[in-house]
Write a protein of this length. Structure first.
Length: 431
């Protein structure tokens, strides 16, 4: 019997049968009492003998039925007690399930929030699947993600619909390559497959000593590439299975996560096991609704574009990189603007001299930074001015020079390590 159903009462049925036997007992007793006197009035004959036997039999059966009725009555009373206990237990189970449900729904979301999506992804050591509708901020998410990773990574972007203004941060990196036509992307996918094969062989031969550069391949609107390019599905499958070991990671961008759209039809385990899934905007809310977690739905709605869903857990989006490309004024006016007539000749001369001094200082500083950038001793990385500004912010936030070299620029200790530290420290401290 399921514990969600009301207990079936066998006791009531037993009591009904007991009442029926009681009626039968009374009827048999009355029949016997009436039959025996009638037999006594008859003359001696075979019929009288048979009638007497039947009367005695009826009385005996009635008496036996009477004894059974008493036993059934006592048993019914005992079963009635058991039934009441069973009912109480059933009601208690209903109340306990309701209390448990209330506690589960009131669990706070904040205790599960992933505050550093990039670090979480690195720990998982998987590919990326970014799901979101139009305007959800998918390309913005990728660029912010890349800015946190640092310039020590190589990037390839496959996007047939981008404009010259798109992917501004990634375009500024010397280690980023853009491919904007189906033919070019198709050729690169073939080259990617060859790179996986060659790196796999190199890794087997070198063993633990094998090293190579880390590469992220951004596939914008992957379903379109799957429809247009015959090998796109094979390309994604091969990277999902073998790309991670040879440091080739895919960041697949799509408006939904169905395996058919991703070119993985019939192999949903690849999507589920080989990708960190990121849901943005309405897609995140719809996913939370599928999980039947209303608390998470409300949290996502309140957070807007500052939050997302990562592997079905609430998460904060990486910091945006847009500020690196927004021109800002060097000065602000704290008092009303003075007209030219209000300046005396000496005041104008003084302002002009200070302006020239400032410009000379700026030129000297810019030349010094340019010289340092031209003499950079980094391995497999070329540091640019926008990337330098990003590293300066990290340095101001408390990052050490060694941490920046290792974690953001991908440099290893040994050889010219001290020279790299001195060179980077001079750049970071220059104003």
């Amino acid at each position: 019997m399921s514990n969600q159903e009301y207990p079936i009462s066998f006791t009531r049925k037993l009591m009904q049968l007991t009442q029926n036997t009681a009626v039968s007992t009374v009827s048999l007793g009355l029949a016997g009492c009436l039959l025996l006197p009638v037999v006594g009035l008859q003359n001696k004959s075979l019929g009288k003998l048979l009638s007497s036997a039947v009367g005695v039999g009826v009385v005996a059966v009635g008496y036996r039925s009477y004894l059974d009725n008493r036993k059934l009555t006592a048993l019914s009373e005992d079963l009635g007690i058991v039934e009441r206990k069973q009912n109480i237990s059933w009601y208690n189970s209903l109340l306990s399930r309701k209390q448990q449900l209330t506690i589960t729904q009131s669990t706070p979301v904040d205790s599960q929030v992933i505050s550093d999506v990039v670090n979480y992804w690195q720990q998982q050591d998987k590919h990326l699947l970014i799901v979101g509708g139009t305007g959800a901020g998918k390309s913005t998410f990728i660029q912010a993600f890349a800015s946190v990773l640092g310039v020590g990574w190589h990037y390839k972007v496959y996007d047939t619909d981008c404009t010259i203004d798109d992917w501004a941060y990634l375009r500024s990196l010397p280690s980023c390559q853009m491919y904007e036509s189906f033919s070019a992307i198709g050729e690169q996918m073939q080259e990617d497959l060859e790179v996986i094969e060659s790196r796999t062989v190199e890794r087997k031969q070198a063993g633990n000593k094998w090293t190579t550069d880390n590469t992220i391949i951004v596939a914008e609107e992957l379903p379109i590439l799957v429809d247009e390019l015959e090998d796109a599905g094979l390309w994604l499958t091969r990277h999902a299975k073998r790309g991670r070991r040879v440091k080739r990671f895919v960041a697949a961008i799509a408006q939904n996560d169905t395996v058919k759209n991703l070119g993985l039809e019939g192999d949903s385990k690849l999507r589920d096991n080989c990708f960190v899934r990121v849901y943005l905007g309405k897609s995140a809310i719809e996913r939370a609704e599928q999980l039947k977690n209303q608390v998470l739905v409300n949290w996502l709605k309140a957070g807007g574009k500052q939050v997302c869903l990562v592997d079905d857990r609430p998460a904060l989006r990486p910091t945006s990189v847009h500020s690196q490309f927004t021109p800002t004024s060097q000065f602000t006016l704290s008092s009303p603007v003075k007209t030219a007539e209000s300046f005396t000749e000496s005041q104008c001369s003084d302002v002009h001299e200070r302006s020239e001094d400032y410009q000379n200082q700026q030129k000297t500083q810019e030349n010094s930074i340019s010289e340092l950038l031209n003499e950079q001793p980094l391995t497999n990385v070329e540091l640019t001015q926008p990337a330098l500004e990003s590293l300066r912010r990290l340095y101001a936030d408390g990052w050490s020079v060694a941490q920046i070299l290792e974690q953001k620029l991908g440099q290893k200790r040994g050889g010219s390590w001290q020279r790299k530290k001195d060179w980077l420290e001079a750049l970071l401290k220059s104003d």
